[in-house]
Design a protein around this ligand. Structure first.
Ligand code: OOG
Ligand code: NI
Length: 455
């Protein structure tokens, strides 16, 4: 019997290899990693309670390795093959994001691990967008783009071979995993050579910068990697002194005692010299660095409240500096309960339940009210971290790195069915994942106290 390594081990190796490659390719990303590590260290020193909480819940180990990346592909075939590539690493498509609403002609999903153990080990996610050529108005330009895309193969023969082998065997041996990581990395590498001449690039660029980015290169170069910070406001403040040009505002909810969902910001994309076919030469701007701070996952009810408050604040924040923007957000979000107990009682956020030592000793008891059990110290509830993305924030990240305020151009074209058809599989619903995780943890905690699970 050959010994196979786990999908999670392969993901861990791959995410580290990807980070090393990106540090090599984009030196500013290395600076960003250092800054994030420094601020995380200081935050943990200042707040031992936070350090302890992260430590007891497996969040501390993953902090240093945690990151997401993003890529954009041009065809259904590319997307479907990527799904198989990510499956080798235990990553499945979760969530559907329609970015056409925000003037970006793509729709997206996030490939990520889903079970607790895998998330604790390394929650590496890749935000993956599919270009929607059908949204380009000019038939001539549409055909030209499709023709260019049809000529490229973004996977090496070795990557295809290892993917098929993993599908047949159930996973890969140590040596095959090494080969897989090296071959898969090639798909995401930056190529200084464009596949077209500058005239073609400019024509596509004029329709939308993103179209040029997807169509004119050999493959879906990783366009950013994103480490997780414990204090995004502080990193944003320190970015300029460290030589980075941060985007104007931090996306997502404001700073809170109980962080919710996801806050994100980035340093702006760099203009890079590019070799075009023919004599005329130019540059391309696509690659940047991002940081994120994650909080608790919200229920459908919590998410509806978030969306409503965000909508309200957006009417008042246009054009504001980050400081003023954050002040308005804080004011508007005063309506969003900011204690774990309230988030739980009002059913706004997801929690994971565990029996305490005292609970295990108490054995069978009659009380079933979850809040009473928590008050009695028999079970604990801890916020479940949000592992996904936010379409409005994603649009803000896209826009600050692509330019473009043509927000209306492609609006109103969500098409989840078409996306799933291209992908060759349905996307998993993220809310269902959190709800199942909460439910099974609560069932287990109650069962261990001798209480029948509540339905
Ligand atoms: C993806 C932008 C969205 C995020 O973290 O929400 C994103 C892209 O630019 O390809 O990365
Ligand atoms: Ni991102």
């Amino acid at each position: 019997m050959t010994t196979l390594v786990s999908h999670h081990e392969i993901r861990d190796r791959f995410s580290k290899a990807m980070s090393a490659m990106y540090q090599d390719e984009v030196p500013q990303y290395e600076t960003l990693l250092e800054l994030v590590a420094e601020v995380n260290r200081e935050t943990l020193e200042r707040d031992p309670e936070l350090a302890e909480r992260l430590a007891t819940h497996d969040e501390l180990n993953r902090l240093g390795v945690e990151r997401h990346g993003a890529i954009r592909v041009g065809s259904a075939e590319e997307l479907a093959m990527l799904r198989r590539l990510f499956a080798v690493m235990g990553m499945v498509p979760v969530g559907y994001y329609d970015l056409s609403e925000a003037g970006v002609p793509v729709h997206s999903t996030a490939f990520r691990p889903i079970d607790d153990e895998a998330l604790a080990r390394n929650p590496f996610r890749v935000f993956t967008s599919l270009l929607r050529l059908e949204l380009i108005e000019s038939p001539e330009l549409r055909e030209r783009a499709a023709g260019i895309l049809a000529k490229r193969d973004i996977f090496t023969p070795g990557a295809r071979e290892m993917i098929e082998l993993s599908e047949r065997q159930g996973s890969l041996t140590d040596e095959q995993a090494e080969r897989f990581v090296a071959e898969a990395l090639e798909t995401f590498r930056w190529h200084q050579d464009a596949t077209v001449d500058l005239d073609t690039y400019e024509a596509l660029h004029a329709e939308h910068r993103l179209i040029a980015d997807v169509v004119c290169f050999h493959g879906p170069h990783i366009n950013h990697l994103t480490p997780r910070t414990l204090d995004i406001d502080e990193v944003q403040r320190r970015m300029p002194a460290a030589g980075m040009n941060p985007k104007e505002v931090i996306e997502g909810p404001p700073r809170r005692a109980c962080p919710i969902l996801l806050r994100q910001t980035s340093f702006k994309a760099l203009e890079e010299p590019t070799r075009f076919a023919g004599d005329r030469q130019g540059t391309h701007t696509a690659r940047f660095g991002e940081i994120e701070q994650r909080g608790v996952a919200l229920t459908a009810k919590g998410r509806a409240l978030y969306d409503r408050l965000l909508g309200e604040s957006r009417r008042r924040t246009a054009g504001l500096s980050n400081e003023a923007h954050q002040r308005v957000l804080a004011e508007v979000f005063a309506d969003f309960p900011d204690s774990e107990a309230e988030l739980r009682r009002q059913g706004l956020a997801f929690f994971e339940y565990r029996t305490t030592e005292a609970g295990r000793e108490a054995g069978a008891i009659a009380a079933t009210a979850v809040e009473r059990l928590i008050e009695q110290g028999l079970i604990t509830a801890r916020p479940i971290t949000y592992e996904d993305f936010l379409p409005v924030s994603a649009a803000g990240i896209f826009q600050s790195n692509l330019g473009g305020d043509d927000s209306e151009a492609y609006a109103g074209h969500a098409n989840r069915e078409a996306f799933e058809e291209a992908l060759g599989a349905p996307v998993t619903d993220e809310l269902t994942l959190y709800a199942e995780r909460e439910r099974s943890s609560l069932d287990a905690a109650l069962t261990s106290l001798g209480i029948p699970p509540v339905r």
